[in-house]
Design a protein around this ligand. Structure first.
Ligand code: NAP
Length: 420
């Protein structure tokens, strides 16, 4: 007989799906600080379409996108989905998961019940003409980020994903390590390897903002794996060693500079020259950290408003500033004189396609990229760990949440059954 609802850590027989599951749920009435926005609720387990997979979630990764979802900023993810015809008046977030395939739709062929998987968060409709034409699905009109723009993410006992989102779990990793890296690693992989004409080359100097953060810690390792020379930017002494251990050839402490923010007007000589002095000093710090007077061929951007003028200024002639976020604000300013005369590229980038996710996962499987799991939280602290992230108080590297895995250190379904 199928159980209604099983407590966390009580594992049903392989492939037996209960009718309900526990989830950490965001509702519009709770939008605000993450600590208040998430609450545990029992929900019906979603039904599967022909190309869908139900994953028994062992652990979930923590990302900035569900800080935004919790706050309802910059969009109300629930209302946005309702407008598209999805009926649920709640959000089950979570864009990173490790777990075991528990059920599959009738047309799924790439995974089977019992497979250990990690899940990437790129979704698109399989019958989207753009996807069927073989074009990059990240440009497809139906592309969405699972567990942020879609419902049924990993902050629940079961998550619903599309078949192509499943990749093999690196066997050497624990469930919580395996859940912690895919979103940031694949995003960084596309940023550094995805933009033809400006892809990472051996020997390239690369500037990486937020080197001790989720994206930054992956970017340093991906750059090193390609033989490039990453210089990381951080705030705080403790983060310097962390970045060097990952392979940064040098580290800059951004607290030593104060020229941040939007550019002053070009015609305001006094203010502009002050800014220029700050930007040049930062450029000199980059050369010192690199050990050579060379500018970055790629600038790995995500803070946005406060740092973009500096990134665009110091990028090498013909180089690329590649940006996937605007954590400090969205109004980008840059001095176009340097941009066109030195023929630089400002490239937007967003998550990754299947091949890029596989590229990132293969680096993890090969031991060339470590997930940098810094801290693991119990399921009940889903809101608390997102709050740490919102307050920039989270540890260097990545964080994970135990869902069905009862304690850290377990690697297989048998381990979890043994721990019951
Ligand atoms: P994270 O772990 O919080 O790291 C961000 C880092 O940015 C922090 O460690 C911090 O490092 C640095 N930072 C904060 N304020 C800064 C400022 N004023 N100037 C310079 N650096 C600053 O977050 P994450 O997971 O790396 O994500 C970063 C952003 O990228 C978020 O907005 C996230 O939503 C976005 N993102 C987008 C995608 C996509 O596909 N589009 C994918 C992943 C993440 P220091 O204080 O040490 O400098």
């Amino acid at each position: 007989m199928t159980a209604d609802l099983l407590p966390l850590g009580v594992v049903p027989d392989l492939g037996v799906v209960p009718t309900k599951m526990l989830a950490q749920v965001i509702r519009a009435s709770r939008f605000g600080e993450p600590t208040d926005a998430f609450a545990e609720e029992a929900l019906a387990i979603p039904t599967l379409g022909p190309r869908d997979v139900l994953v028994y979630v062992m652990a979930a990764g923590v990302n900035y996108n569900n800080v935004w979802a919790a706050m309802g900023i910059p969009i109300d993810v629930i209302k946005t989905r309702n407008k598209k015809g999805e009926p649920e008046d709640f959000h089950v977030g979570g864009s990173d998961a490790s777990g075991v395939v528990w059920a599959v739709g009738k047309d799924v062929t790439n995974v089977a019940v019992g497979d250990d998987v990690v899940v990437h968060c790129g979704m698109w409709e399989p019958d989207d003409p753009h996807v069927l034409a073989g074009k990059d699905p990240m440009f497809a009109p139906t592309q969405r980020i699972w567990g942020y723009e879609s419902n049924w993410g990993s902050f629940a006992q079961y998550c619903k994903v599309q078949d192509h989102q499943c990749l093999p779990k690196p066997a050497h990793l624990t469930w919580e390590q395996a859940a912690s890296y895919m979103l940031v690693a694949a995003t960084a992989y596309r940023m550094l390897h995805g933009w033809s004409g400006n892809t990472l080359q051996a020997g390239d100097p690369v500037l990486i903002w937020g080197g001790a953060g989720g994206l930054g810690s992956m970017a340093i390792q991906i750059a090193r794996a390609a033989g490039a020379r990453p210089v990381a930017v951080v705030s705080g002494d403790s983060k310097t060693d962390f970045c060097k251990q990952l392979g940064a050839v040098g580290v800059i402490d951004r607290r030593k500079f104060d020229h941040w923010g939007k550019l002053p007007r070009w015609s305001d000589d006094i203010e502009y020259n002050l800014w220029l002095k700050g930007a040049r000093a930062f450029g000199a710090a980059f050369w010192e950290a690199l050990g050579e007077k060379k500018n970055p061929a790629i600038v790995f951007e995500h803070p946005g408003e406060t740092t973009l003028p500096t990134s665009c200024f110091m990028c090498e002639t013909g180089g690329m500033v590649v940006i996937c976020a605007g954590t400090t604000g969205y109004n980008a300013t840059l001095d176009l004189r340097y941009h066109w005369m030195r023929q630089k590229r400002l490239q937007g980038s967003h998550f990754a396609n299947d091949a890029q996710c596989k590229g990132a996962n293969d680096l993890v499987i090969a031991g060339k990229v470590d997930p940098c799991l810094a801290r693991t939280f119990p399921f009940a602290e889903t809101g608390a760990c997102h709050q740490l992230m919102r307050d920039n108080q989270h540890p260097s590297g990545n964080m994970a949440i135990l869902v069905n895995s009862p304690r850290p250190g377990l690697r297989t379904l048998d381990d979890v059954r043994g721990a019951q």
